[in-house]
Design a protein around this ligand. Structure first.
Ligand code: PEP
Length: 253
């Protein structure tokens, strides 16, 4: 059966000292509050190794925020899946809407990154979600289905063992405008149905589908109580210890 997961996307925030302080404080809190859903944090790349060493992986998993489409070579500024694997990293976000918006990420580059991650046994947290105008013109189900299927090319599906999907409607990210529990649940059910039809019951049942987009301590409980919402990908609120721990406790482990 699938895991309940709360993942924090720290984006480009926190100094080195702040990152260590937040991660180690969280680690202590998670250790003291078992059983608890799986907690994952995605810090800036320069902190990955220190945090991997600084937290206990049975309590907190560390994820990269992005990965290169390439295996290795002359790609200044990029970080490969092979390099992430070489420091012992097991998770990476891929296809985040901020990468799509600011760095020209396309469904094609997302598929290449997925392939790199699977080649190095790193579990992707695949981010998909529609723009506001796509929802307003009633295309949101098709857009999300297309993003999902483009990311799961046959050569990837062949090696598919672990997959986490994060449904993040772009209009809800960082805007304070959370999708309603009904809107989120119907999209999560749609994503699970697509997984079922295309790849079979095992993948559909075992894939944790997280909701992301302005989750906060007061909206988390109702969102996470929906049958197809297996947890959250949390941006802004994951930077605040009180809010993030309250969000984690909103979900039944
Ligand atoms: C995100 O960046 O993945 C996210 C969900 O951000 P926020 O919670 O701040 O909307």
């Amino acid at each position: 059966m699938r895991d309940k997961i709360v993942a924090g996307n720290w984006k480009m925030n926190l100094s080195f000292e702040e990152a260590i302080h937040l991660a180690t404080t969280l680690n202590g809190w998670v250790a003291d509050n078992q059983p608890i859903p799986q907690v994952i944090i995605a810090p800036s790349a320069i902190y990955l190794q220190t945090l991997l060493e600084g937290v206990d992986e049975q309590y907190i998993k560390i994820a990269a925020q992005d990965v290169s489409t390439h295996e290795k070579g002359a790609y200044t500024g990029e970080i490969s899946a092979q390099q992430l694997d070489s420091i012992g990293l097991d998770y990476s976000l891929v296809g985040h809407s901020e990468q799509r918006q600011y760095h020209g990420e396309t469904d094609e580059t997302v598929a290449q990154k997925m392939e790199q991650l699977y080649a190095h046994q790193i579990t992707p947290i695949l981010c998909i979600g529609e723009q506001l105008e796509e929802r307003q013109s009633d295309r949101h189900f098709d857009v999300v289905k297309n993003q999902l299927l483009q990311a799961l090319k046959p050569q990837i599906v062949e090696n598919l063992t672990n997959l986490i999907v994060a449904y993040e409607p772009v209009w809800a990210i960082g805007t304070g405008q959370t999708a309603s529990p009904e809107q989120a649940q119907e999209m999560h059910a749609h994503i699970r149905q697509v997984l079922l039809e295309e790849f079979g019951v095992e993948l559909a049942n075992n894939t944790s589908i997280l909701y992301g987009g302005s989750v906060n301590a007061s909206t988390a409980e109702e969102l996470f109580s929906q049958p197809d919402i297996d947890g959250g990908l949390v941006g802004g609120a994951s930077l605040k210890y009180e809010d993030f721990t309250q969000i984690i406790t909103s979900i039944k482990a």
